[in-house]
Design a protein around this ligand. Structure first.
Ligand code: GLP
Length: 263
């Protein structure tokens, strides 16, 4: 795992969006796994800028979102489909038929969750998976005690997540209790994972994910089993880490090795 601590979330957005744009240059039919919430908005704004100002082409890109609430129509201001339209899809030239969300409406959700997995596989898997992290360590909507091998399915949200996410809802309303989400096994299938976390509120979850034991109680700790995951943190979210000096010297050495063409 790489742990990169940056001065601000803006700096993280630049670094992470650059990673995506470099990958897109190398593979125009990039398969992106996308996240919602307040954390990735800076990255989406940079991708929009790259399209508008530099003509970066997303027409061959496919996207798979991590999760979506059950029972919210796509037009609902708090649905993740609406979030993605507002922050990204309406402003780049991704084709509507290349945009995918886990199923939340209609019948046979279990079978359609399996189809979601198959659609990812058919495109050769996710090249880059963008992640945030819940304050309880969830990734996607894989709440604590989710199987580390889980695949796309319906999950019940914890009280903690409902409370955290109710800030996006008008007063009195609370988020739906059920959501459809890629599983932890699905996420671990991505070739490259970029997780961003900002703010003191995330410090415990970040510490448990990076330095704790691999445990279903902290779903993001499963990322320790993934060979190519990078954490992009601000100082506040990194404040619980005990090996910060080591991560910093590793990054300096990596930079030097890259400069010498050895990485
Ligand atoms: C939601 C999403 C997660 C996201 C998390 C963090 O629960 N399902 O994918 O990582 O919120 O949200 P925020 O970035 O707003 O802190």
């Amino acid at each position: 795992m790489k742990v990169i601590v940056l001065d601000s979330r803006e700096e993280a957005a630049v670094t992470v969006s650059d990673e995506i744009l470099v990958a897109l240059r190398q593979k125009p039919d990039l398969v992106l796994g996308l996240a919602t919430g307040s954390t990735p908005t800076g990255v989406y704004a940079r991708l929009v800028q790259a399209h508008v100002n530099e003509g970066v082409d997303f027409s061959r890109v496919s996207t798979f979102n991590l999760d979506e609430y059950l029972g919210l129509p796509a037009s609902h201001a708090c649905s993740y489909r609406h979030f993605m339209k507002v922050h990204l899809f309406d402003h780049i030239n991704v084709r509507p038929e290349n945009i995918h969300f886990p199923p939340t409406e209609g019948e046979q959700l279990v079978a359609r969750c399996a189809e979601y997995e198959q659609s990812i596989d058919r495109l050769g898997g996710i090249d880059i998976q963008l992640l945030g992290i819940g304050s309880n360590g969830h990734i996607g909507f894989n709440e604590p005690t989710s199987s580390l091998a889980s695949r796309t399915r319906i999950k019940t949200l914890t009280e903690k997540t409902l409370k955290d996410n109710s800030r996006f809802y008008v007063s009195g309303d609370s988020p739906p209790r059920l959501a459809s989400t890629m599983g932890i096994g699905t996420i671990l299938g991505a070739k490259h994972i970029l997780l961003q976390a900002f703010g003191e509120r995330k410090a415990n979850a970040v510490q448990a994910a990076i330095e704790g034991a691999v445990s279903a109680l902290w779903p993001a700790s499963a990322l320790q089993l993934h060979a190519n995951t990078s954490f992009y943190l601000d100082r506040e979210s990194a404040s619980g880490l005990t090996m910060l000096d080591y991560y910093q010297s590793t990054n300096e050495n990596d930079r030097e090795l890259r400069r010498r063409g050895l990485l």
